[in-house]
Design a protein around this ligand. Structure first.
Ligand code: 13P
Length: 269
């Protein structure tokens, strides 16, 4: 997967019913311009994926699942599999902090989901990030390390470049355990370097260079450019603001402009 496009993913979480989702995508479609250097991905609730897959122009928006079960079919009441999502979504979030902490998903579940996504030609966006207390205890590096090892076990070096890693510090997520205190770009830069180093250690420097890494937590239109300018960052995973068409479009616009800025320039917030 190429790093030449900036990836902007909107995670709607458990918001918007089918009617609202359709109206919202209609509004977004009028605002968001197709740009060759930006890929825009929408992650609505599972309920709306099928109808939105018929509504969106795939040159403008790709779709992502927020969650799925790792087995392909069977007696798993209430679940949706990656094989059922195949052809409907191009991406899927895996290991989002809300899945890890609210629904107690383990590294074993997350690893199985990464593999189910790959098996079904869906690009997994593996989310990693430390909680407020882990950060306070100086455990950020260890947590990221463990979540990467846990999520990527059994992924081959051919497969790893299809994966996107999203760094989402839980304490900086607007609904997270730190009430959305913003992460400084300098802190994000350190963790992105840790992520790429870990990939290098596991899969070599080509994979470490080629894998896409996103930042996500309380990103808004006015600070998106600063996060996009961090060395090693290929895009953003946006929560709350992805439900505001104007704010989200402003972020997409920054991604277009930002991608022409030097990747090595670190912005300030
Ligand atoms: P916010 O942008 O609302 O902080 O959410 C971040 C997030 O969890 C995206 O997946």
């Amino acid at each position: 997967m190429a790093r030449d496009k900036t990836l902007i993913v909107g995670n709607w979480k458990m918001n918007l019913n089918m009617h609202e989702a359709s109206l919202y995508v209609h509004q977004l479609a009028k605002l968001v311009k197709n740009r060759r250097d930006v890929e825009v991905v929408l992650a609505p609730t599972a309920l709306t994926l099928q109808s939105l897959s018929l509504q969106v122009n795939y040159r403008q928006f790709k779709l992502a699942a927020q969650n799925f079960y790792w087995r392909d079919q069977g007696a798993y009441t209430g679940e949706i599999s990656a094989s059922q999502l195949r052809g409907v979504v191009q991406y899927a979030l895996v290991g989002h902090s809300e899945r890890r902490h609210v629904f107690h998903e383990s590294d074993k579940d997350i690893r199985a989901k990464v593999q189910a996504a790959i098996r079904n030609q869906i690009c997994p966006i593996l989310c990693v990030g430390e909680t407020a207390s882990e950060r306070a205890d100086g455990e950020t590096l260890d947590v990221i390390h463990d979540q990467l090892i846990g999520g990527l076990a059994n992924v081959t070096s051919e497969e790893v470049e299809q994966i996107v890693i999203a760094y989402e510090p839980v304490w900086a997520i607007s609904s997270g355990d730190g009430n959305g205190h913003n992460a400084l770009p300098s802190d994000v830069k350190k963790v992105v370097a840790i992520i790429r180093n870990q990939i290098k250690h596991l899969y070599g420097s080509v994979a470490a260079n080629n894998i896409r890494v996103l930042y996500g937590a309380s990103v808004r239109a006015d600070d998106a450019a600063a996060y996009l300018a961090i060395e090693g960052i290929d895009g953003l995973l946006v929560g709350g603001v992805s439900l505001d068409a104007y704010g989200f479009n402003e972020i997409v616009k920054k991604a277009h402009k930002g991608s022409s800025l030097a990747k090595n320039t670190e912005g300030g917030i």
